[in-house]
Structures are given as C-alpha cells and as structure tokens.
Design a binder for this molecule. Structure first.
Ligand SMILES: Cc1ncc(COP(=O)(O)O)c(C=O)c1O
Length: 396
C-alpha cells in the first residue's frame, strides 16, 4: 500500500499552510478576509532590493547554480552587518552560511548535528520547524514548556540530569515567536555556560532582532563570551525588510556546525538564486537605514492593535519586539475551535495557540501586519466571536 512514512505521519499538520488554502476559498466566495495569521506583513520590499534583483537577473552568470558557497559578496555583507550591529567579528567564508530562508536552515540543522536518539530540546509553544526537523532526523525530542511565570525562557538546568547529558541540540528564539518574550543578558550567559559544559549545540533563532520597540535592542548570542564554541545564530531578510517570499537568510557562528550544515544542505539544495543574493547584499549593507521605517510602522500597528483590543475588552500588553500579540483566551475557550470560528464566521485569520504545540493552548497569536483601520475592524470581529464563545462555554 502506498502511503506516507512513519516519519511523515509523526509530523503535526502545518497549520499556517492550511489557512492559506482556506483563505483562498473564502476570498473566492467574496468574503472580506483580514489575515493576522502568518508573520507576513503587507509591506513593500526595499526599492534597492527590487532594482538590484532586476539588474542581476539580467546577468547570465547569475542564472547558474549558487551552491553552498553562494555569493561571496552576500557573505561579506553579512560579516560587515554582524560587526556593525552587534560588534561580532565573523569570517564570511567559514562562519557565515547563506540559507534559502531561515526555516530551511533551522529544519536541516538536526540532520547535521544529531544522531538518531540524541536529545533535542524544543521549546513549546515554538516555531514548528524546530519540531519538524528534529522528528524527521530521528531525534529524541524533549519538549520544553514555556510559561509566563518563567519569562518564557528555556532553563536547561531544570531538565533531569540523564536527559541533559544526552542533549545535543537546543533551539532558542528571542525575541520569541509566538510569545514575543525577550531574553535577559544574564540568561543568555548562563545558557551558553550550560551548553559549553555539556557540548550542546545552541541554535539561536534571531529573525526578529531588528523588530524591536521602545528603545529595546535585541542582542546577538554571539556577543557573549563562549558562544562561538557552541552557537549558531539564524538571521533572515524576511521579517525586517518585508521580503518573506524572497527566501534569503543566513546562519552564522560556530564553523564546525556550519560546515556540517553546509554538507547536509548540499544534498537538499543548490543555493538561493544568485540574483536574490545580490539583492540581499545590497539590503544588508544598508540594513539600519532600511529597517528604521519598517520598525516605526510595526510600532504604530502594534499600538493600534493593542488599543483596539483594549477597546473591546481584551486586555494585552504591548510587546517590546516581534510582530505578534500572544493573547490569552478566557478559561474553557479552546484555541483551535476559536480560530476556526473566527475565520468561518468573521473572515478573520489568526493562529490558534495549539498550532505552536500543546503548550500554546489557551492563547491565540495575532500578527500586527496590516493597516491600523483593518486591525480595529479585526478587534471588533474578534470580540463578537469571543462573546459567543464565552457565552456557550465552548471549552476544550
Ligand atoms: C521564529 C521564526 N524563525 C524562523 C522563521 C522563518 O523565517 P524565514 O524562513 O522566512 O527566514 C520564522 C517565520 O515566521 C519565525 O517566526
């Protein structure tokens, strides 16, 4: 009988992809859909990206395979950015690796550093690629519940000693999706120390480093002593520059890990389109100037959504980073059913907390990615469904 492998069957459904299909059908039926689901803003990419892509696509040499080497100019631009922005010196040839979006690198990493049965610590709620890559690579996944009481931090020292000694990889993501939590410097220092002590690869997923507000500046993990011995950090052009569909990102950090990841990737892909890498180099070299208006726009949208929700009686705190509000639901309202109702009855797409693992139950994630007037409308729609859900005790 033809059918999916046991590995494929163990993967949970990828909910964001399903919403795209459901949204397409609603739009075809004439529904006025507001999409606060994926972390995918309606912002234009920088003009310099479009112009450079246009020019570079006309050069025949850019139509060739990029391989894992990719565009040296992109690697070098990344090196300059890491130095300028974080004061971290990296060798562009050995400590930088171009990726076809950071999701790709994050999901391939377990194949590069884990053997079947090695423990991989995956935060929950968390970005689903950590779990997917680990399951596919045959890892023994240790789900680490993130809770508000502990600042949504992964504390490796709280694992049972026999699990900690078998741990080979941990994913950390601050500023965090979906909770928007940020990591204090002393937390990062002590986590690096634990990873150094137990030879654990620390995958630091940092795509929101530039989307910070109210004066907060997110660090790179590589700023901290000892990090280069254990850490690889993932950055992306997707979120900071409105370039989600361009599929360009990079990993930087420990050269041994990057060498292994590059080797694994060379069996899955042959590099991002070189013309896109040219555009990426141009953008990364002007990152600070280009991201400033993006950050301002997200800040306006964040405040608009927080205020609109408060106006309809939903209390939530404005996050210091990311493009997400992590909103608690009243007791007994199940996030999956609630998100389904919102989409079907009101044409409002949000992500159920359960999409980020069972630990996300009781919450929904709203992305502040559309214009303020649309978010005010979204809040009104959410309030209507919330009131009926509470009235019917539509619980888990
Ligand atoms: C925490 C986190 N990591 C990685 C990604 C992947 O970004 P991309 O593959 O577009 O670089 C996302 C996207 O939503 C994310 O939220």
């Amino acid at each position: 009988m033809i059918g999916p492998s046991a590995r494929a069957r163990r993967l949970p459904v990828y909910a964001v992809g399903e919403i795209a299909e459901r949204k397409r059908r609603l739009l075809a039926d004439g529904v006025d859909v507001i999409d606060l689901g994926a972390g995918d803003a309606d912002l234009a990419p920088p003009a310099i990206a479009v112009e450079t892509l246009y020019r570079s696509a006309q050069e025949t040499s850019n139509s060739r395979y990029a391989f894992q080497l990719g565009l040296v100019a992109f690697r070098e631009a990344v090196g300059r950015f890491m130095e300028r922005r974080f004061g971290v010196a990296v060798d562009p040839m050995t400590e930088v690796l171009p990726l076809i979006g950071s999701k790709e690198g994050l999901a391939h990493l377990p194949f590069a550093v884990l053997d079947p049965g090695d423990v991989c610590v995956v935060p929950e709620p968390g970005y689903p690629a950590y779990l997917g890559g680990s399951l596919l690579a045959g890892a023994d996944v240790e789900i680490f519940p993130l809770t508000a009481e502990s600042g949504f931090l992964v504390e490796l020292d709280t694992l049972p000693p026999e699990r900690l000694t078998r741990t080979k990889l941990v994913y950390l993501n601050y500023p965090n999706n979906p909770t928007a939590a940020i990591a204090p410097a002393d937390y990062l220092r002590r986590t690096i120390a634990v990873c150094c002590k137990h030879d654990i690869v620390l995958a630091y997923d940092n795509p929101y480093s530039e989307l910070t507000f109210d004066g907060y500046q997110a660090p790179s993990i590589l700023e901290f002593p000892g990090a280069m011995d254990v850490a690889v950090e993932f950055h992306s052009l997707s979120k900071s520059f409105g370039m989600t569909g361009w599929r360009l990102a990079w990993a930087t950090g420990n050269s041994e890990v990057l060498r292994a990841l590059s080797k694994v990737k060379s069996y899955f892909d042959t590099g991002a389109f070189l013309a896109v890498q040219h555009a990426g180099a141009a953008v990364v070299d002007r990152a600070e100037e280009l991201v400033a208006p993006v950050r301002d726009e997200f800040c306006v949208r964040r405040d608009a959504l927080v205020n609109a929700l408060r106006d309809v009686g939903v209390e939530c705190e404005p996050p210091q980073a990311t493009m997400y509000l992590w909103v608690p639901l009243p007791d007994r309202v199940a996030s999956g059913a609630f998100a389904r109702d919102l989409l079907e009855r009101e044409g409002l797409a949000v992500l159920a907390g359960s999409v980020f693992g069972a630990g996300g139950e009781g919450f929904v994630r709203l992305s502040f990615i559309v214009a303020p007037d649309r978010m005010r409308e979204a809040a009104r729609r959410m309030a209507r469904v919330l009131h009926t859900a509470v009235a019917t005790g539509d619980g888990p």
